[in-house]
Design a binder for this molecule. Sequence first.
Ligand code: ADP
Ligand code: MG
Ligand code: ZN
Length: 632
Amino acid sequence: MTEKPPSSMARYAVWYVLAFILLLSIFQYYSAMQQAVEISYSEFRHLVQNKGVDDLTVSTDTITGNLLPKGIDELAKAREKPDLPQTLAKQFDKKKPIFSAVRLEDPDLVKLLAKDNISYRAVQEKTWLTSLLSWVFPFLLLIGIWIYFFRKIGAGGAGGLMTVGKSKAKVYVLDETKVTFQDVAGVEEAEEELKEIIEFLKTPAKFQVLGGSLPKGVLLVGPPGTGKTLLARAVAGEAGVPFMSLSGSDFVEMFVGVGAARVRDLFATAQEKAPCIIFIDELDAIGKARGFSPMGGPEERENTLNQLLSEMDGFDTRKGVIIMAATNRPEILDPALIRPGRFDRHILVDRPSLKGREDILQIHTRTIKISPEANLHTLAARTPGMVGSDLANIVNEAALLAARRNKESVEMDDFEAAIDRVVAGLEKRNRVMNPKEKEIVAYHETGHALVAEALPTTDRVHRVSIIPRGIGALGYTMQLPTEDRYLMTKTELEDRMAVMMGGRVAEELTFNEISTGAQNDLYRATDIARSMVREYGMSERLGPITFERERRPLFLDAMLPPGSKDYSEATAQEIDQEVAALVNRAHQRAKDVLEKDREVLEKAAKILLVKEVLEGDELREILNSRGQEHTA
Ligand code: ADP
Ligand code: MG
Ligand code: ZN
């Protein structure tokens, strides 16, 4: 596979360098010109006669030299500019002022200079072209070095230029991928979803008969260290197929066309090895929003991405090739990548729950001698918010510590010390909650969930969790919509607002205190209220009037004076009052629900605090078991 990156690279380089030289020489030319005081030939002769110049350089068409103080005075007199000496003194600072004059044919000049004893020397004209050439040579040398340097990088050392376009994909033969689901824990849901893929890879023929089309691309999404790479390898291991893995950043190369060539090559190889898995780690490196780079980088990434897209469209799943990819930043991916027929199946690889963490610790302590009194459950309880790689790290640290302390086996206090060490590192990154925070979050999330369950129009609670997700969100309550919605009624909007207020109300009731954790809820609730009043005309007091202009392009909005409105100050006040009333009503409704169900709130929050995750059905069980009717 040969490409022509060096020539295109050189083409870029030549243009850059030429432009640079041009600029430099123009700059040089002008800066030299500016410094000299331009005088006419007659002025020059006048100055020579008055001994006002010295140290002349005479070339074919210009004369330059030093202006003596006497000469400056003469010049000031002749030009009727009495302040010339001061301006020149300023311009030249402490240097000797110089002048330049255009030379005329003047046979007496030499005689004149000799007579007045003025020193002079003749030089050959240094043209613009010669000065340019004196720049070109060193730069050509530089280009040479530059090309040499990048060739070395591109070739990756050994094979030289010819292998630049060859894929670096490592093909893991069957024996090498020994990872199976036995080595992965805490991500049961993801495993479940991947089982279908494994079935398919094991017996592609079975699926061909029916003619159904399988997903081409599976995207594993989740925070770093949750085991996405591990899962992908486990899928290959379970299915017993080759695993070709590549990191997204491998595709992004300096040379134009190399990334695209790599993609082409990768897919060609995969077709030969089918059934197999292509795994692209860090997919965001290829698919992310484009930026600028001085060497054609964005264009290159676009090429690679386009190639990937067209390969994905072009190849036939029935041969048994599955493309998996992983990313922890799905939001920055190019929308084209996640369109149907590409990476359309998304699998969430989330942070493990308490049980999950215990299982992960179990896996990583398999090869380690741990003392019988060590309790993995306790350890799991001490590590909320941690991911698989953190736990693997803890086990490893603990083993090292125990060895340093000359112990027979790894004991509980080694683990504790290792946790402290890892936690200290994570705390810096804001990923671990203290117990008090955890408690507040547990009540807060339970509050949301109970209000959602109590109100008639809201979606059922799917899951409540206090495992931190990303920065900012400390816990979450997941509601599953039962249908796609295009229209929402006023009641639905009000119910939704009440659910949002539920978190804060639970905090108020339990702790008589409120935290900053509800900020986003309040923001969203207020947003809904504002839309109800201003856009949807849902306020009784103001009537069916919309106060919202049509949305216009942002830059136009920015050009309007701030705060310009279509309505009067008085109306604005009324709108504010109505928004506040709506929010307060939602707050009261949430309060009514939760006050009635205080014991359930207590009970569910306590369970959540321990288990960290509460499924919707479990929550409904608690609700129903209090022996009261609560059907929505
Ligand atoms: P990701 O790709 O999501 O960033 P990795 O798969 O690279 O995470 O995980 C790094 C290491 O952490 C793995 O090799 C494994 O040792 C450990 N690990 C992570 N998640 C798990 C898990 N769910 N079960 C067992 N080990 C895990
Ligand atoms: Mg990874
Ligand atoms: Zn909340």
